[in-house]
Structures are given as C-alpha cells and as structure tokens.
Write a protein that binds this ligand. Structure first.
Ligand SMILES: Nc1ncnc2c1ncn2[C@@H]1O[C@H](COP(=O)(O)OP(=O)(O)OP(=O)(O)O)[C@@H](O)[C@H]1O
Ligand SMILES: [Mg+2]
Length: 249
C-alpha cells in the first residue's frame, strides 16, 4: 500500500514538473512580446493600450513566478532538485536582495534597517538564498502597515550562518503559526486576501533551507509583529578572507 502511495506521489511530482516546464515556454512568449510592444518597438501605442498591456505583462509575470514555484516544489518532492553552488560575497548578495524589495517597502514608507556583518564569504547557492530572503522580506513588507522591517545576519558557528527578518506588522496567532509552512496556506485571512500571493513561498523556502542543511522558523506576537529565522550550513565561511574558526568565539 505504502509503495503504491509513494509511486503515485512520484508520478504526481513528475507530472507537475513536466506540466510546469511546458507552460513556461508559451508564457515566456507572452511576456517577451508584450515587453516588445510596451517598448514601442512594433509601433506607437496609446495610453489605454499601454495600461492594458502593462496589466497583461504583470499578470503573466505573476503566473510565471507561480509556475516556477510549482516546478521547484515538484523537483524538491521528487528528490531531483540540485543546488548550484559557488563562492558568494554576502555583501553583494544582500545588496541585490535589498535592491529588489526596496521599491515595495518605499511604496509603503517602511524603512528596512540592516544589521549585517560585513565581508563574509561563503560557498553556497546564491540564487536560492536570494529567493528565500526575498520571500521573507516581501512577506514582512506585505503584512506590515506601519513601523519598520529589519534584516540581520549572524554567524552561529564556523559553518552556520543565520539571517533574521523582523517586522512590526500584523503578527500571526499561535494556531496559525503551526500551519504556516504548509503549501497553499495563507493565514490572517482578512489581511492576506488583500495581498498578492499563493501561499507557496514559505513552504518552498523551508524546503530549500533544509536542502542547504538549515531551516526556517517563525515566532510572532499577534498584533505586534513577526520574526523569521533562516539558517544555512556552508563548509567554507570566511570573514575578511580569514577562516572562521579564528574569528567566531
Ligand atoms: N511576516 C509576516 N507577518 C504576518 N503574516 C505572515 C508573514 N509572513 C507570512 N505570513 C502569513 O503566512 C502566509 C504564507 O506565507 P507565504 O510566503 O507562504 O505565502 P504568500 O506570501 O501569501 O504567497 P507567495 O509567497 O506564494 O507569493 C501568508 O499568506 C501570511 O498569511
Ligand atoms: Mg510570500
């Protein structure tokens, strides 16, 4: 019985992986050609056409993100996900992450404070670390109306790096905290309904963190704000090019 279930699960993951793959090709054409029209490369467009094409492009971008998440999840569940590792300068990675989420925070006039240990290098998958941090920070921004957001980094030991994302937003009840990392789970129903999202971000992020030998945990005081801690393991963390063993106390 168990073997049948495992096989069904494996087939489901393979089906989802190939479906998502097939959906991306036409969607990329929609995004590409809409972009070309918006740039005016196929002739002048009027304001109304611009507005409507912008809506097409943003819906298609959103759908592509969703498909990419489903593809990642099915690969992770089928055990076919591979990390692509390289040497990373943490400062550069965090600058990219902050550049991505700042426009969203600026719109809501939310400052993003940082407490980041400088000159850390590590060997890991930068695309996936960025994906996790962007999800945690965009969640923090989405679910915070006033106050601020904070991101900090800390070396826990010579192979463990910790990121903390804190906000002063809606918070999460203790019951909701328990189902936060399940797929398609969106808690805080009133607030969440008014926001973009599918409820896959945390589920996928936690799986990715686990694959990097780490984890994501959440704590919150309802009405006061939330804190998400993301840890990852890397064998070769250095500060200012020095081996970490000499630096961590
Ligand atoms: N910082 C936060 N403060 C309050 N609630 C949060 C916070 N982060 C996540 N949540 C709650 O957890 C739910 C799941 O988060 P998750 O990132 O998985 O999904 P999403 O942001 O709604 O959609 P997606 O990330 O797939 O676009 C959110 O819908 C929200 O209800
Ligand atoms: Mg999210």
């Amino acid at each position: 019985m168990n073997i049948h279930l495992q096989e069904a699960d494996r087939l489901k993951s393979i089906f989802l992986a190939s479906m998502s793959h097939e959906l991306r090709t036409p969607l990329n054409a929609v995004i590409g050609f809409t972009g070309i029209m918006l740039q005016g490369l196929t002739g002048e467009i009027n304001d109304e056409q611009r507005q409507q094409l912008t809506m097409v492009k943003s819906s298609a971008d959103h759908l592509l993100c969703l498909i990419n998440d489903v593809l990642d999840i099915s690969k992770l569940e089928a055990g076919k996900f591979e990390l692509i590792t390289a040497d990373i300068k943490l400062d550069d990675l965090l600058t990219e992450v902050l550049n991505t989420v700042s426009p969203m925070a600026n719109l809501k006039k939310l400052p993003i404070n940082t407490d980041i240990q400088e000159a850390i290098c590590l060997h890991s998958d930068s695309r996936r670390i960025k994906q996790i941090l962007i999800n945690l920070l965009s969640n923090a921004i989405k679910f915070t109306e006033k106050g601020s957001i904070k991101i900090s980094t800390k070396l826990k030991d010579k192979t463990t790096l910790e990121f903390k994302v804190t906000d002063t937003g809606a918070g999460i009840t203790s019951t909701d905290l328990k189902r936060l990392f399940q797929p398609f789970q969106q808690v805080n129903s009133d607030l969440t309904k008014s926001q973009d999202g599918t409820g896959l971000g945390l589920y996928l992020s936690k799986k990715l963190a686990n694959l990097m030998g780490g984890d994501i945990t959440a704590s919150s005081e309802y009405g006061q704000g939330s804190q998400f801690v993301f840890t990852l393991q890397s064998n070769s963390i250095t500060i200012n090019s020095r081996e970490i063993a000499a630096v961590v106390v």
